[in-house]
Design a protein around this ligand. Structure first.
Ligand SMILES: Nc1ncnc2c1ncn2[C@@H]1O[C@H](COP(=O)(O)OP(=O)(O)OP(=O)(O)O)[C@@H](O)[C@H]1O
Ligand SMILES: [Mg+2]
Length: 308
């Protein structure tokens, strides 16, 4: 699909599919993440193209889609003079739950998201963390099969971020609800997502299983006992042995070796020759941020799903 707002092209010829489990939708500010979610909910019309959500067409069956889907919007959208408890019950009723069921579901879900006694207070007085929890609760109250979570960690402190990510993971794994969650922080999505979709300026940059993103690079991290001097001594000797090395903190990062070089043996023998004590040799695993950085520089050429 393509979506234009006047001169601005928010999504360009995007073709992508989202499966079960937790899918991270990653991209910088303005990449088109929120626009995609709003189109999938039927809140915006695409300029061109179409999509299906749980088998329903976005243009003709938006109401059915909204019955099956929960939505946590990006921006503050909570009425300030209502308690979370009343609000979530109300949203449950709006989704068609009978009064008693809505009250029970609301109490359950507010407990799950970690809003305790505060749930009886007016939401206008909530902290950002409490507002995010209330927004999450209303997205889940009608027992959806799929939820769209638009930047659920926005505005949270590091501890609250970890809690929120843990909740997102539980929604996907324990409750069996498919999740599409957005963030501009790649590092936090790599921990909770089964699949990652990267948008860049409205273009699909990549869509692959998180494990494929993180396939190890073939490089190594090496640690020896001692300080910077010992680290550099090892690094220089490894360089003389034909390896490309960089200091990384207290470690020596060894780039993937040329074909045929038994890199573990070279590291062991080099350390032994220098009389250095090896603490560890471990695979240097890529992180999503590395992948994103390297593929961003070749945005036009990167094939979706291609190798990092
Ligand atoms: N209603 C609108 N009218 C005009 N332009 C819009 C509108 N909504 C979005 N855009 C533009 O479309 C592009 C994508 O915006 P979108 O909000 O989808 O990005 P995003 O990835 O969610 O960014 P963020 O991380 O900042 O939330 C941006 O250039 C934005 O300015
Ligand atoms: Mg957004």
């Amino acid at each position: 699909m393509t979506k234009r707002f006047g001169q601005v092209e928010a999504l360009t010829d995007l073709t992508v599919s989202v499966g079960e489990g937790v899918t991270g939708l990653v991209g910088a500010n303005g990449a088109g993440k929120s626009t995609l979610i709003k189109i999938l909910l039927g809140l915006l019309d695409p300029t061109d193209g179409t999509a299906r959500v749980l088998g329903h067409d976005i243009s003709s069956q938006a109401q059915e889609i909204r019955r099956l889907v929960g939505y946590m919007p990006e921006h503050d959208c909570l009425p300030p003079d209502v308690s979370a408890s009343d609000f979530v019950v109300h949203m449950g009723r709006m989704s068609g739950l009978p009064a008693t069921a809505a009250r029970e579901r609301a109490a359950d879900i507010l407990r799950h998201v970690g809003l305790d006694e505060e749930r009886y207070r007016q939401m206008g007085g909530y902290s950002t963390g409490m507002k995010q929890r209330a927004k999450l609760a209303q997205a889940l109250v009608h027992d959806p099969r799929l939820v769209f979570l638009d930047e659920p960690t926005n505005g949270l402190d590091p501890a609250a971020r970890v809690d929120m990510l843990h909740l997102v993971q539980r929604i996907g794994r324990d409750f069996g609800i498919a999740v599409l969650v957005t963030s501009h922080l790649l590092g936090e999505l790599e921990r909770v997502s089964d699949h990652v979709i990267v948008l860049d300026g409205g273009h699909l940059l990549r869509s692959s299983a998180t494990a494929d993103f993180l396939k190890h690079t073939g490089g190594l991290l090496v640690e020896v006992i001692g300080g910077d001097a010992e680290r550099d001594q090892l690094g220089e000797a490894l360089a003389r042995a034909g390896l490309t090395c960089h200091p990384r903190g207290q470690l020596v990062a060894v780039d993937p070796p040329p074909q045929g070089l038994a890199v573990h043996d070279v590291v062991r023998d080099t350390a032994a020759d220098l009389g250095l004590a090896l603490v560890r040799i471990q695979p240097d695993q890529a992180h999503l941020e590395d992948v994103f950085m390297s593929s961003s520089t070749t945005a036009g050429a990167a094939a979706p799903g291609g190798p990092a």
